[in-house]
Design a protein around this ligand. Structure first.
Ligand SMILES: [Zn+2]
Length: 121
């Protein structure tokens, strides 16, 4: 992913100035929404290492290898609170468009926000 390209999370900022700096460890997400955006962007750019380290160890699956047939095409944040974010993430798989609608829960752990789990609509 080119650093000056628009960030996949849809913020309008460059990848480098937005989620890229979280992916490379130069900054930490300050809010659940920022973490959620950066996790979506990590899926979009294939950074499974970032997905792994921002997932609560209690709920983290063993296998986080990305689905190679799936292309993430957009993110819409529907709402966010102190420890949750509701969003839809669009994707394409085998030429068919789909959407994932989730309300995610987050926790602070050692001063860092991590993803815990989510309810799927
Ligand atoms: Zn971003």
């Amino acid at each position: 992913m080119a650093l000056q390209q628009n960030c996949p999370c849809g913020s309008g900022a460059s990848y480098d100035a937005c989620c890229g700096r979280l992916h490379r460890g130069a900054a930490l997400a300050q809010t659940p929404e920022e973490l959620m955006r950066s996790r979506y962007a990590a899926y979009a750019v294939g950074d499974s290492d970032y997905v792994f380290r921002t997932w609560h160890p209690r709920t983290r699956p063993d296998d986080l290898s990305p689905d190679p047939g799936r292309t993430w095409t957009g993110l819409t944040i529907l709402g966010a609170g102190d420890d949750w974010v509701e969003f839809t993430a669009s994707y394409e798989r085998g030429g068919v468009a789909g959407e994932q609608h989730e309300r995610s829960r987050f926790e602070q752990r050692g001063g860092r926000w991590v993803y815990v789990d989510g309810d799927f609509a």
